[in-house]
Design a protein. Sequence first.
Length: 101
Amino acid sequence: MKPTDVNDSLFPVQNVLYNDGDFSIIWGTWKKTKKCLGMRWNSLTHEPGIPTGKGGRPIWLVIPDELSLPFVTALLGRKAADNSQVLLVLQELLTQSGETR
């Protein structure tokens, strides 16, 4: 399943940061109020992958804020990462935290 095919109304995808086919990390808006990271194991078949919500529909696991910066930083240069998207989100996280680098 492609990360953009996960139609989670509580957590719409804004940027796909990492997708190796089996595992994805995205940046989105949780409950229309807070931007954060999400991750999930995808399925290469017609299964929904993990995690799933009510009725077995695919959903995203929300990553705690304090882990977002280390997670995004670790994605830089990875083969399955979209570095342009990673850098955009990294800048947004640094701006949110008041850090400059």
